[in-house]
Unconditional design. Structure first.
Length: 304
């Protein structure tokens, strides 16, 4: 468990607090001096937990820092503490979520732009307290506060532990292959609400031209060309199964002008630095025939 040189109790009047870009607990009340003191301590807590999370995931730099949260407009960190542990209390876990504008493939392989899509960005429970239900407690609090449901959340390159967590607690197993590092589950695009991804989310409906081609200004379209939106049978007749479509996309990528475009929209954040392979997400992505480095819209938080 993570303790600090200062008493965390004043910052944690309850075990789970929310922190946004002002770097103050959502419960905070105080004058200017207290505010400065609280932000400084919160920064220390966030940086420490962010670093521990990165280390446990084998990342070479943290996805979560106080500085990044301060610069963000739509991210929230949930922190779980045990204020009564030891002399000063200790912090046990962190969950960072936010909304992202993402270009995503739906179940039919059609590109959709999802605006303000709910995303799980970083999640960590201290090693000494894992598998005791604390992750679920943190996650449930987040779902209730954000008014999200699990299938409507995209997950930024989940670790094997997180994949297992989502499978166990929420029955999320079947994924929809993507060309970026976000993992989506079946149900993401379902029903009227999911057309919006969530209360916040909003999907651009694809525009169909006379010849059935779907053209948007999305990175997927820029990279792979327009997508055919005809009936499934017709689709298969024209293009064969999705694999052969992806093969065509791959050939399309060989063209120099497209390679240049890829460079121009080369990923940042999570994509920015090398990371050891061999996570389940890696298997899912390679199984879909798509490259996790081929863009697809929406910046990942780090290179998980
Ligand atoms: C977008 C991202 O943030 S990706 C990165 C996710 N974070 C990490 O991988 C960091 C290391 N892991 C952790 O911090 C934690 O394991 C978390 C946050 C994923 C889950 O928190 P926990 O408190 O362990 O979750 P909780 O106790 O509620 O649920 C337990 C379930 O999570 C999964 N899980 C947790 N730890 C493990 C593990 N070591 N191996 C496999 N599955 C695990 C399992 O499904 C487990 O159920 P089980 O014990 O019956 O097999």
């Amino acid at each position: 468990m993570v303790d600090f040189r200062f008493d965390i109790k004043p910052l944690f009047p309850q075990p789970i607090i929310k922190v946004t870009s002002n770097l103050l607990p959502h419960t905070f009340r105080g004058d200017r001096r207290q505010c400065l003191d609280a932000t400084s301590k919160m920064s220390e807590i966030i940086d420490r937990l962010g670093q521990l999370s990165a280390t446990s995931q084998g990342l070479n730099k943290p996805v979560t820092t106080a500085q990044r949260l301060r610069m963000s407009e739509n991210q929230t960190i949930y922190l779980l503490a045990d204020p009564e542990a030891g002399n000063n209390g200790c912090v046990i876990g962190l969950l960072k979520v936010g909304t992202k504008d993402l270009y995503l493939f739906d179940e039919k392989g059609q590109t959709r732009k999802m605006e303000q899509s709910p995303s799980i960005l970083d999640f960590y429970v201290h090693e000494t307290r894992q598998r005791a239900g604390l992750g679920k407690r943190l996650f449930e609090t987040m779902l209730s506060e954000e008014q999200w449901t699990p299938p409507k959340c995209s997950v930024d390159r989940p670790s094997e532990k997180l994949l297992a967590f989502l499978g166990k607690h929420y029955g999320l197993v079947r994924t929809i292959p993507q060309a970026n590092n976000f993992v989506l589950y079946e149900g993401f695009f379902n029903d009227a609400a999911s057309q919006n991804g969530s209360r916040n989310g909003h999907a651009d409906s694809p525009q169909r031209t006379k010849n059935g081609l779907h053209i948007t200004n999305s990175p997927n379209t820029q990279l792979f060309g327009a997508t055919y939106l005809g009936d499934e049978a017709d689709h298969q007749k024209r293009f064969g199964r999705r694999n052969s479509n992806l093969q065509q996309q791959h050939q399309h990528l060989q063209q120099p002008s497209l390679l240049q475009q890829i460079t121009q929209i080369s990923p940042n954040g999570r994509y920015g630095a090398p990371r050891p392979t061999c996570s389940m997400a890696e298997i899912i992505h390679s199984g879909s025939g798509s490259s996790s480095k081929s863009g697809g819209g929406g910046s990942s938080e780090s290179n998980r």
